[in-house]
Design a protein around this ligand. Structure first.
Ligand SMILES: Cc1ncc(COP(=O)(O)O)c(C=O)c1O
Length: 393
């Protein structure tokens, strides 16, 4: 069995990494541990490097197309990993999930139409609504006593009456929920009854942690499938975000036809040569790497949870069922907004994401990306602890 070394610290500075080389521009300083942008500090599976190297050695990188083997690798992955039996024809290409969300908003709704999201949620969902001049309908998540989040179904029933589209994060970034079958079925049925189309953004599906199971929304019933456009990608799973390759899975022929018209009009279908090679290699040979990765991430989450419990009990961490993103509640510390931002950047020197960027419900929270070697996670929490002690004196 191949050994995977997730403990290895790899210097990413000087590689045009947004997470590292973008620090100065975004935070005003380079002097931070970068734990913000959602990519990982781990090397990709060796099969991916080999596939890219092999292709790079041929010195012509002209227009391309995706071969049948590319589609077959996705079909097999969805079946094996998620028990979802999809057909090859259902798979459409998009350079990214966020572009796909926007294409759906533009192609399936009109300016002024209601689009639902569920805050706190990944901030480009807001942009997809505002920048396309649609009406934002926020079906805010409910936070329970134990810091778990659930859907607000009573509110959803009302919002669905005036909505054309719902943008779902499944699993949810940033609150870490892997929505269960009952929750998804209920949400799907409300949308079907009100003829609301759903974009189920399942980019974090493969990062569902041990003990939990990802449910593809469109696999729940024929009716729900007809109302669902699913976005999937190897980018989060295998750390390939710079290769611009993702899939939009649509079983309904009419919905698929419309989506195809949009991608054809934009002429983006040819895609990225290296992304295609990497995606195939990862789906075909990356399962063992992914299993080891998920164990490692779980270890990082466990470390963070016990560190906070022992040393900083006023910072509350939500249960994480999927993703490598911690969702930390600082409200008990009395620091929100500017004060929290200043504490993290000037005092702790850890670059996380302010919760407020994820909309209502995010104020006073911090999203921290722990997809990095354990010793970096340890360093981050030690920095936060020391900074806390310094300001409490
Ligand atoms: C929920 C969610 N959707 C989409 C993306 C990004 O997708 P892409 O880079 O394919 O546009 C992210 C990245 O963090 C995400 O968390």
């Amino acid at each position: 069995m191949e050994e995977f070394d997730f403990d290895q610290v790899i210097d990413r500075r000087g590689t045009y990494s947004y997470k590292y080389d973008g620090l100065q521009k975004v935070f005003g300083t380079n002097d931070l541990l970068p734990m913000w942008v959602a990519d990982m500090d781990f090397a990709v599976p060796s099969s991916v490097v080999k596939a890219i190297r092999r292709r790079a050695e041929h010195p012509i990188y002209g227009y391309t197309f995706r071969p049948e083997s590319y589609y077959e690798s996705i079909v097999r992955w969805m079946d094996k990993r998620h028990g979802w039996n999809i057909e090859r024809e259902w798979i459409q290409y998009s350079p990214g999930v966020v572009p796909a969300l926007n294409m759906v908003v533009q192609g399936f709704t009109d300016p002024g139409d209601g689009v639902i999201l569920q805050s706190p949620v990944y901030h480009p969902f807001f942009h997809a609504i505002h920048l396309n001049h649609r009406k934002l309908l926020n079906n805010q998540l409910i936070k329970l006593e134990d810091n778990t989040y659930v859907f607000d179904f009573d509110d959803l029933v009302e919002k669905a009456k005036e909505a054309k589209l719902l943008l779902l994060s499944n699993p949810h970034n940033p609150v870490g929920r892997s929505w269960n079958e009952e929750e998804l079925r209920h949400l799907g049925e409300i949308c079907v009854e009100n003829n609301v189309l759903i974009v189920s953004d399942e980019i974090h599906a493969d990062l569902t942690l041990p003990g939990h199971r990802h449910i593809p929304l469109a696999n729940l019933s024929e009716e729900i499938a007809c109302h669902t456009i699913t976005c999937m990608a190897p980018s989060k799973t295998f750390n390939l975000a710079g290769l611009s390759t993702s899939s939009v899975i649509i079983s309904d022929p009419e919905v698929r036809k419309r989506f195809k018209e949009i991608t054809e009009s934009l002429h983006i279908g040819m895609g990225n040569l290296f992304g295609m090679e990497a995606s195939q290699a990862a789906y075909n040979h990356g399962a063992e790497w992914l299993n080891a990765l998920l164990e490692y991430i779980q270890g990082n989450i466990d470390y963070a949870r016990s560190f906070l419990k022992e040393n900083l009990p006023e910072i509350v961490m939500s249960p994480i069922e999927a993703t490598y993103l911690l969702w930390l509640d600082f409200l008990n510390t009395g620091m929100t907004g500017e004060a929290l931002h200043d504490f993290m950047i000037s005092k702790a020197k850890v670059g996380g994401n302010d919760g407020s960027m994820y909309g209502p419900g995010g104020e006073g929270f911090l999203r921290l990306n722990i997809a990095c070697p354990r010793r970096v996670v340890e360093e981050a929490f030690t920095r936060i602890y020391n900074a806390f002690n310094a300001i409490s004196k």
